[in-house]
Design a protein around this ligand. Sequence first.
Ligand SMILES: [Zn+2]
Length: 172
Amino acid sequence: MLDRLPKTLEPTLLAQQQAVFEGHVSLEELTRLADILLVDGDCRSVQARLEFAREGRLNVVKVQITGHLSLKCQSCLEMITYPIQTQSHLAIVCEAAEISYLPDSYEPLLLEAELLVVNELIEEELLLAIPDFPRHENECRSYFGDQLRCSNLVESNRPFSVLAELKKTIGD
Ligand SMILES: [Zn+2]
């Protein structure tokens, strides 16, 4: 079992130390995802790896998240088990103005305070990785369609079989 990640991290210091953190993040703590996650879903946490480094004059963090999310299908409200595998290369910037100077290979991580709130970072990464309106691809509709067809079939077959039995009896 992996450790839980720290709640906050000091990225400037950690970049100098080339620190690496790996652990699980509990999904119920990610409040911004509350509307799209199924409360009683099967998936309760994701694994995350944060790798800090100095690259040139930049403090950077590589973020990897793997696992599954129990998303709420926006059509039928049932569960979708959605696989997550994200990988981002973020450069830490302290002011929005710095973003335009970043090389294209980095995405900006705007940090207004000294500490990085780990859950906020994970929330952001997950929100980017999942669809805006998660839904089953045809499956939920056809699932209910099949159920409906099956029960109709049973109901409508019964009178005929009774009739067939009757005919047999009369015929004899
Ligand atoms: Zn569905």
